[in-house]
Design a protein around this ligand. Sequence first.
Ligand SMILES: NC(=O)c1ccc[n+]([C@@H]2O[C@H](COP(=O)([O-])OP(=O)(O)OC[C@H]3O[C@@H](n4cnc5c(N)ncnc54)[C@H](O)[C@@H]3O)[C@@H](O)[C@H]2O)c1
Length: 278
Amino acid sequence: MANDGSDSWLGLAGRVCVVTGAGSGIGEGVARELALLGAYVAVLDRDEKSSGSVAASIRGAGGQAVAVVADVADESAVAAAAQLVANELGPCQVLVNNAALVSGSTGALMTADLGLWNRMLGVNLTGALICTRAFAAQMVAMGHGGSIVNVSSICGHMPRPLGGAYSVSKAGLMMMTRMLSLELAEHRIRCNSVSPAWVRTPASEAIYSDPEIGGKRRQLVPVGRISDPVDLANAVAFLASDRAGYVNGQDILVDGGLTQTLLNMVPKPSRPMTPDKP
Ligand SMILES: NC(=O)c1ccc[n+]([C@@H]2O[C@H](COP(=O)([O-])OP(=O)(O)OC[C@H]3O[C@@H](n4cnc5c(N)ncnc54)[C@H](O)[C@@H]3O)[C@@H](O)[C@H]2O)c1
């Protein structure tokens, strides 16, 4: 995992990057990829064991990483985490807001338990704002600009059936991304998001280990496969880097073309239609 110079195009070597929810799945994949590119990575997660083991594994492979334990929805815990990152690695230059509650859907909006609703919005949306305030403050103080990448979802673009607060939180995250892209531009801090569709992670393993459901989903994706965390990590690394220096306030759907397939479902006549007369 030691930096082998392959980062020269992205130029992320030595950058201080904070990845939330980095103890598992996509966040872990992003943390590993950024470390591979030579970045100094803060592996932030509420789960002490998983953030510790991911950070240790990155260091064991020759990368630079520290474990940071915090619940992103807890303002004082995030403030302490920001201080720890500054002390251990230096001021944050790249923030990836990835932590989210992905399961335990709150269900139908008309009957959703408001405690679950508030907790999901508190982590997925307010948590990203809390982390942005804490870590963007370090970017502003340094005066060298920075990049924030929020991990949204295909469910922020279209309603997840009975998805309750989840789709709402992800749509809100994309609007927050666009608003911050304006607010922080004077500090040369860019803010963008990525929207995964179907990614094989511990959170989704039950779906993709089921051969029938996993197989049917695979057939629906034009590129013919379910994505891996590294597919997201590549898009995040680009947005984090100066190569995306003119990309601000955007969302990249990393979905293998899934969202382009709606018209495949439209019934068509078996015989071709009569061509237009010239
Ligand atoms: N897996 C998919 O198919 C998929 C699809 C679209 C979007 N996403 C998004 O990608 C991101 C990661 O998803 P994943 O599948 O890797 O999930 P995951 O459950 O495997 O990992 C999420 C990590 O976030 C941590 N976390 C949760 N709440 C936290 C909190 N309050 N504070 C700090 N850490 C917290 C968890 O401990 C865990 O390590 C989420 O934002 C999710 O909405 C995932």
